[in-house]
Design a protein. Structure first.
Lengths: 494, 324
């Protein structure tokens, strides 16, 4: 909480009357003694300098902009699906250049090692033979695609488009919570948040020195072009499952930003080993597919036979080297939540380096002793199904009921390979403007990584998507579970 | 040493016109072990460009697509294969082989052949069946294998069309009858359950002319088991015929079970149903009697056209060769 000695009116200070600080949680804005941290000083001045009514007006203006632009996502329920606007908080999350440097170099290292791992597993399998990663874990993964064994992948780039979730521990250090290596989403919200921010606070940007992120689409396009021997002349499409997908807004957004066609499976066909899209001018050859469809739906001939979303015969065209997929098939073995715990080992094994970013401590239920510990501490731990994402299939021990714990106990016993557990983390908290007050809420950070085959040609736009658990005390930031987001600023060197 | 010529004809007839047929074919005999595929041709009508690939266990795949409308799809595969008699099995091996199997399993190399797969997975009936045929670790694994091959043969009645291609083993176990696919899937499931790596071989078998079995033409398509023991390597066993696999079996493809290696797999556009007809003829090549048509009568014209097209293409290829 700001000290009285900071300037500002009584009125403005009232804004912070509900702001909670405690020693067990890292606060992004304030140090333990209530003084603002360096990167936030200027923002605090700005907040204290405006009338609360003005903040409310700007928040409303922002909400309206999101609604008008149709920036929405879909929540899948048991009986119905609901389309919602993505809740947006107007106070930015700020990261210093120094902090960003650590995050950036840590992610470059990590994603490079993961790609080397994927190549190894689908070829020689050295890391498995040497027992550094248990082979059972890989071969039993639902996301292991045996058909990818021995398949040559363009530039050895298995996963080029990645979103890795980071959390900030009470020490202030960033740690990796999970990697999303298949079809990560959220980057459109990162870009939209920045656009809305510049609209709502047009005067604010000059003084802060915020690193730009608007070139993401251009970099993504260049990375996709680099995956084809045709380079800049390659025809690239974005393959979407269609309008009912929760991330459809993002698919349309990215296709527009890159100036490429947005296609569904039925818009394409495979002929004589090549992939074509149907256009008003006839068939047009496709060189690179940025696919936002899961592996099992991409080709009904090879994977899920009932899938109407994919393109029959696509895998044979891919295997023949006639089309490139980004990301490639079978990358999910590396973002399996149990395999996650071996990523630091992968970094040491392939790169001979120490991990720059730490993992969160993880218990594998497939190991008997760790499973016993998990079952004894269900009320304290966070339990996750290894193949799920988006906050589904998860038990947060301290916030769960007896009944939920018992249900998870049965599920874990029935299929231990499918579960891991982690200590309940106290995610860092950042200031949010909610109902006329500035309050602190838990946040995470998903930077978006574009991997080019080496650490050096890997691009991470500065920042990422900061997700907020808008409910007081909640630790769940997933949009499907009542989370929101805020603009994320990485400051320029000052 | 024997040479075989195999003709494998497949016809899909659609109740109304379809388009955009995409198909993947596994019909080319493997070149491995004591077998060489010397020649393989696949012709498709309506004409399509046939491309090749190989899957993750080096089975040959042929694939093609037919974008335009058609109401019939005809595949004619012809192979020439050389098969040699395999090595004789050792007289006996000792029971320490069970421990050797466990060591091999711990390396993960046989993961695919030890884990339950779509059609070869344990169920409630399988445990009882294992007891009934006394498949256990009381004797060495080689003797256990051979005894299982024998007992499975007598425990189930071979009856054509008693199960469908996608039947789980439960049906054959319950009714005590099945086709080669069921014998094979049951044996694979039992072997994996006991820790012996096992896989599905799809192929052809030349009927023994001495045995007066029904000579249904598609009967030449067959499936059997391949099991691994560290002491012997892979051993082929045919539980349907209660035999070891010799020079009358021709291997096409290896899979975890049938789902990995169907002869054809395809998709098409159009709401119609399809009718499948298959004919297989297999002959030792000294024997020149290649049959006129394996499917039924009335397709001479179609056949003629294919031959015309292919021989024209052959001529063109030759001309090009001469020019070079």
């Amino acid at each position: 909480m700001p000290n009285q000695s900071e300037n500002g009116s009584e009125n403005a200070l009232n804004l912070f009357k509900s702001y909670a600080l405690d020693g067990n949680t890292f606060d992004e804005m304030f140090q333990g003694d209530g003084r603002p941290r360096g990167p936030y000083q200027k923002l605090l001045q700005s907040i204290l300098g405006v009338q609360p009514s003005e903040l409310t007006q700007r928040q409303q203006a922002a909400d309206l902009t999101f609604l008008n632009r149709g920036i929405t996502f879909t929540v899948y329920g048991e009986d119905s699906t609901i389309e919602r606007i993505f809740p947006y908080d107007i106070l930015p999350r700020i990261i210093s250049e120094q902090e960003w440097h650590t995050i950036e170099s840590g992610l470059r290292q990590r994603i490079h090692a993961i790609n080397l791992f994927l190549r190894d597993v689908y070829h020689e399998g050295r890391i498995l033979q040497e027992g550094k990663v248990p082979f059972e874990l890989i071969y039993s993964s639902q996301n292991y695609q045996r058909e990818m064994r021995g398949v040559r992948v363009a530039n050895d780039v298995y996963t080029s488009i990645v979103g890795t979730d980071l959390v900030r521990l009470p020490s202030g250090a960033f740690a990796v919570l999970e990697d999303n290596l298949r079809v990560p989403s959220g980057v459109s919200y990162m870009l939209a948040n920045r656009e809305v921010m510049t609209q709502v606070f047009p005067g604010m940007f000059g003084g802060y020195g915020i690193q730009p992120i608007g070139h993401y689409g251009q970099v993504l396009l260049e990375q996709l072009q680099a995956l084809s021997p045709k380079g800049r002349d390659a025809t690239i499409v974005l393959l979407t499952p269609g309008i009912f997908n929760s991330a459809y807004f993002e698919h349309t957004f990215l296709a527009r930003v890159m100036g490429i066609e947005l296609v569904e499976g039925a818009d394409m066909l495979v002929h004589d080993g090549f992939v074509y899209m149907r256009t008003t001018g006839g068939l047009q050859r496709v060189d690179v597919i940025y696919r936002r469809i899961d592996d099992e739906f991409i080709d009904p001939l090879h994977f899920h036979p009932d899938s109407a979303l994919g393109v029959p015969g696509l895998f044979n065209a891919y295997r023949a080297g006639n089309v490139t997929l980004a990301n490639t098939i079978g990358t999910g073995i590396a973002d399996d939540k149990a395999v996650y715990s071996f990523v630091p080992e992968m970094i040491r094994y392939y790169l001979g380096e120490d991990p720059i970013l730490q993992n969160v401590e993880t218990y594998l239920c497939m190991r008997e002793d760790e499973c016993a510990y998990v079952l004894d501490n269900l009320d304290k731990l966070v339990v996750k199904a290894v193949g799920e994402s988006g906050g589904y299939g998860m038990l947060i021990g301290p916030h769960s009921t007896r009944k939920e714990q018992e249900s998870f106990r049965e599920q874990i016993k029935a299929d231990p390979r499918n579960y891991i557990a982690q200590p309940t983390l106290s995610l860092s908290r950042a200031p949010c403007y909610i109902n006329g007050n500035v309050v602190s809420r838990h946040v995470d950070l998903r930077p978006f990584i574009l991997y080019g085959g080496e650490k050096e040609n890997t691009v991470i736009v500065p920042g990422g998507l900061t997700r907020v658990a808008l409910r007081e005390g909640s630790l769940v930031v997933n949009s499907s579970q009542g989370g929101g987001s805020k603009d994320t600023w990485v400051l320029q060197h000052s | 040493m024997k040479y075989y010529t195999i003709h494998h004809h497949t016809r899909y007839r659609y109740s109304s016109e379809v388009s955009e047929s995409t198909m993947e074919v596994r019909m080319q005999p493997r070149t491995d072990r004591q077998q060489r595929c010397l020649n393989f041709q696949l012709e498709v009508w309506p004409h399509a460009q046939v491309l090749t690939a190989s899957d993750c266990v080096q089975n040959a795949i042929h694939y093609f697509d037919i974008p335009r409308r058609h109401s019939e799809l005809l595949l004619r595969a012809q192979s020439l294969v050389l098969v040699q008699e395999g090595q004789p099995l050792p007289e006996g091996i000792d029971s320490t082989e069970w421990a050797a199997l466990e060591e091999a399993a711990a390396t993960g190399v046989h993961w695919d052949w030890l884990s339950p797969s779509e059609f070869a997975r344990p169920n409630s009936l399988l445990g009882d069946f294992a007891e009934e045929v006394e498949f256990n670790r009381d004797i060495d694994p080689l003797s256990a294998l051979i005894r299982l091959n024998d007992r499975l043969h007598f425990a189930l009645e071979y009856m054509p069309k008693s199960t469908a291609v996608d039947s789980p083993i439960d049906i054959a176990l319950e009714n005590r009858r099945g086709v080669c696919q069921d014998f094979t899937h049951i044996m694979i499931a039992l072997l994996r359950r006991a820790g012996i790596p096992a896989r599905y071989i799809s192929g052809y078998v030349q009927q023994d002319p001495q045995k007066d079995e029904e000579t249904d033409l598609s009967g030449a398509s067959h499936a059997w088991v391949e099991a691994f023991l560290p002491a012997t390597g892979w051993i082929e066993l045919d539980p349907t015929n209660n035999s070891r696999v010799g020079d009358r079996h021709i291997r096409i493809a290896i899979g975890r079970d049938y789902a990995d290696v169907p002869p054809t797999r395809g998709t098409y556009k159009g709401g119609s149903s399809s009718e499948l007809t298959v004919g297989v003829h297999i002959s030792e090549t000294e024997d020149e009697s290649i049959p006129p048509d394996l499917l039924d009568n009335g397709h001479w014209s179609t056949r003629e056209q294919i031959e015309e097209v292919s021989s024209a293409r052959l001529r063109r290829d030759k001309e090009q060769q001469q020019q070079q």
